[in-house]
Design a protein around this ligand. Structure first.
Ligand SMILES: *Cc1c(COP(=O)(O)O)cnc(C)c1O
Ligand SMILES: [Zn+2]
Length: 402
């Protein structure tokens, strides 16, 4: 490890780099790795590099174990002239994180977290997840040969369980919502020697910084006006913002984009706190949204996202399931099939344009956080037409209808 420290995001208490508990002893808010103020991008060939190597100056590790990588990151930034003219906005891009090894951005944080777990001597890792973090930690845990314990809420859609179990971890469904299980896992980890790579632990946030670095490189260091992040625990949006801030301090970019924290209105604790002008989030009772991947009623980094985005003039928004489904279909019709949570970004841009908060001469990047095949139950909501024809009639059918 480099000579780095963890700092409490709220009271700024300092902790040493071998500290594993992700929250402050004093104020219980999340810890983060101290900000890198000067770094460069490693040269070399990104085709045979890991994100850890390319952005080594910005990672806390001296020694990088390449064997732990599954080829995460370096995802495409796809421009959509069709959707930008449909919305009446200058430019809209999609950072397609569904092209990661386990089909979500979670792999970036997992590869960082597992480096730290092994460095600290752990032989067991775990996570608490509504699906994607579980699949990611299970995959990387198996690759590293570590015993892996996955805690999921018993309300998880069944189709998400087998793709986690396939990697060979111990999967335990637990009665209780994601918010409860997260806080319980901190003690379970301490008592059983399990390093929990949860959604907003400091190294997971470090991994998400690389999304910002890649966007900067892909846009030739001309940053967009906004970056829209579908938000649950808040770990990803914190990491992306930190990444832009570090690249600004290092002189790569002139300005940090405004962050848009996008939530589903069926579970929007961060947006609710913002709208009510509160300093801290409150638990959402009976969360319900089609965007299961962001259905966390009590996000562990919620207060920190409120603090950070208020300082940087960010935007908080909540969109309905109808808006999400509409956006999911529009995205797919432009070639990008994300899961419902991933479509929350586009739905948010549309709403903010209607409210004149995002303007027509601006540029937006939406993070497509995870792939559409993760949640196939959504097909039912889309009324997808499929035709049937005998072989003899295909020709005339096409001639008349195509
Ligand atoms: C985890 C996840 C999110 C939310 O990320 P947080 O870091 O928990 O805010 C959004 N979309 C998808 C698809 C995810 O898997
Ligand atoms: Zn503190």
């Amino acid at each position: 490890m480099k000579d780095i420290h963890f700092i409490c995001t709220y009271c700024h208490k300092i902790y040493s780099s071998d500290h594993v508990h992700p929250r402050c002893d004093e104020c219980h808010e999340p810890l983060e790795v101290e900000t890198v103020e000067r770094g460069t991008i490693s040269g070399g060939n990104s085709l045979n590099q890991t994100i850890l190597e390319r952005y080594a100056d910005f990672s806390p590790f001296v020694h990088i174990d390449k064997q732990l990588s599954l080829g995460e990151g370096f995802t495409p930034l796809v421009a959509s002239p069709k959707l930008s003219s449909g919305l009446g906005i200058k430019k809209i891009f999609f950072k397609n994180e569904s092209q990661n090894p386990t089909w979500s951005f979670k792999d970036r944080g997992t590869v960082f977290g597992i480096q730290h777990a092994i460095r600290c001597g752990y032989e067991r890792i775990g996570t608490v997840s509504s699906g994607n973090m579980a699949a990611s930690v299970a995959a990387y845990g198996s690759k590293a040969g570590l015993r892996t314990v996955i805690l999921v809420s018993a309300t998880i859609p069944m189709e998400k369980l087998n793709p986690i179990s396939m990697y060979g971890p111990m999967v335990i469904t637990v009665d209780g919502d994601y918010g409860d299980i997260y806080f319980r896992s901190l003690d379970i980890g301490k008592q059983n020697g399990i390093y929990f790579i949860n959604s907003d632990v400091p190294f997971r946030v470090e991994g998400s910084k690389t999304i910002a670095y890649e966007i900067c490189e892909q846009m030739n260091f001309e940053t967009p006006d906004y970056v829209v992040v579908p938000t649950s625990s808040g770990g990803n949006i914190r990491g992306i913002l930190k990444g832009f801030e570090e690249f600004k301090l290092s002189g790569f970019i002139d300005r940090v984009p405004r962050m848009i924290c996008a939530q589903a209105s069926g579970c929007s604790p961060i947006y609710n706190a913002y709208a009510a002008k509160k300093e801290t989030i409150s638990r959402v009772d009976n969360p319900e949204t089609i965007a299961h991947a962001i259905e966390n009623p009590f996000p562990p980094s919620g207060n920190e996202v409120l603090r950070k985005l208020r300082i940087q003039n960010g935007i908080f928004v909540a969109v309905s399931d109808d808006e999400i489904l509409h956006a999911q279909k529009k995205l797919a019709e432009d070639g990008i099939f994300g899961q419902p949570a991933s479509a929350v970004g586009l739905a948010a841009v549309k709403q903010l344009m209607n409210r004149n908060m995002v303007k027509e001469d601006e540029t937006v990047v939406c993070i497509i956080t995870g792939g559409g095949l993760k949640y196939t139950a959504v097909y039912e909501k889309h009324n997808l037409p499929i035709f049937n024809c005998s072989l003899d009639n295909v020709n005339s059918f096409i001639a008349h209808h195509a």
